[in-house]
Design a protein around this ligand. Sequence first.
Ligand SMILES: *[C@@H]1O[C@H](CO)[C@@H](O)[C@H](O)[C@H]1NC(C)=O
Length: 499
Amino acid sequence: MKSTLSLAILSSLGGAHAFWRMECRGRVGLARIDPLVDPGTLSHHVHSIHGSSGFGMSSTYEDLVNADCTSCAVLEDKSVYWAPSLYFRHEDGRFEEVGQEGGMLAYYFLFADRKDESKGIKAFPNDFRMIAGDSSRRNYSVAGLDYREPDPPMAAWAALGQTTQEALRQRAIGFNCLNYGKGENEATLWRHYLPEKSFIDQNCKNGVRFEIAFPSCWNGRDTSSPDHKSHVAYPDQLIDGRCPEGFDVKLPGLMFETIWKTYDFAGLPGEFVISNGDPLGFGYHADFISGWDANFLQQAVNQCRDPSGSIYACPLFTIQSEAEQRKCKMPERFSIASSEKVVGVIGNSLPGGVAIHRGPEPAGKAAAPAHQFVPVAIPNPPEQNDIPGGVFQEVEATSVQAVEAPEVPEPTPEVPAPTPEAPEPSDPPVPEGHELVRTDYVTEGRTLSKIVVIQTTETVLMTTETVTVTISPTANARRNTHGHHHNVRRHRHGHGAHH
Ligand SMILES: *[C@@H]1O[C@H](CO)[C@@H](O)[C@H](O)[C@H]1NC(C)=O
């Protein structure tokens, strides 16, 4: 991509299915905050939050773009990406936070509307906001199908009447059982429910990857809508395909992926529950506010169409290191009554007192939050500004500071001495000879292939001609605490070109 002249050639070479993987290796917080659904107040349930450190209960576009940092790789991206987190409910009723592996990936699929591909992709306007999924949903209702049955082939969806927005919304959710030692990987968005604990224990040795695709057809007018959904719609093949009437502007197709360390609970009696009280997964959802500059993003959409999907292949992007991504945390702290924890082993209810609801009828929104709370901004202590502490500190058994709450007339609580900040949890040792598993996508024609790359600390054992593995031995040495990865590489079903 040396000059704009080469653009036409590049797009004709397969740019029609360009995409990027936005890596967000850090997490800016784990907190009951959701500026879209519960602006200005504590949110119903806990979210895992990635992107701009300007995230808060009422973040504006200015807050996001003016923030000090982002937990994603591209400095020009001050967007925020958030989704519910995962808990494990022990047999005795205690809930425990499930750890997240390797931050998150936000895919940007640059797939034009099949009705008229010449229109290309329009960048998100500044402050564009949207939600995918429905937190209260507790059933799968596509065409009366059993949710355990695999989807019919995508090409048949329209004829089967399965391209309604209601159906597509349910198919936009995936729970991918990861087992890198097994022959085949599951396809992305293949299973639309969170499998049972016993299945996960037996099959998902490397955790469960939560996936959710956002609508990418836009009404071309509104940066949001009252429900943050009705200004956008899915194309008839979910990520690709034709946009419905009235939603004729194709945006980048976002898809989030987060991996949860369910294997930490292998063999323990209990069940996994999403933070919104959903043990089945149908109520999984995700939120996005664009913190890009729309003009910049448009340039990147037009120019950065490398088939590898690598953000490193886009000369416009300023990339920061993984260490920098991980350092980025929300500077603002919110005090919650000290009995509420969101990390480690917590009490006998989910944070926020959220009840488990199995459906099939939709879950009601919980009443008032179980704990009184007051948001309070506290300046960072000078020497600890990369350890926000409090509710956002991702260590076990965090104690949350109670702080003075000036807006509440009485009783004014005493301000206790600040809890000493725990040190950042030290990275687990590298299992002998191995390190990070990395997943990548390649596109070929209309086929997306997933590639998993595993390497020893010294040698890349397997890679492909289309994927650049740039993992340095030290940068990723922290993640793999379980050492049972194998040196393999594999692809999605039905795609043999790289085998
Ligand atoms: C299934 O979920 C939808 C959306 O929440 C709801 O409208 C419908 O009533 C539910 N079906 C049943 C049988 O409860």
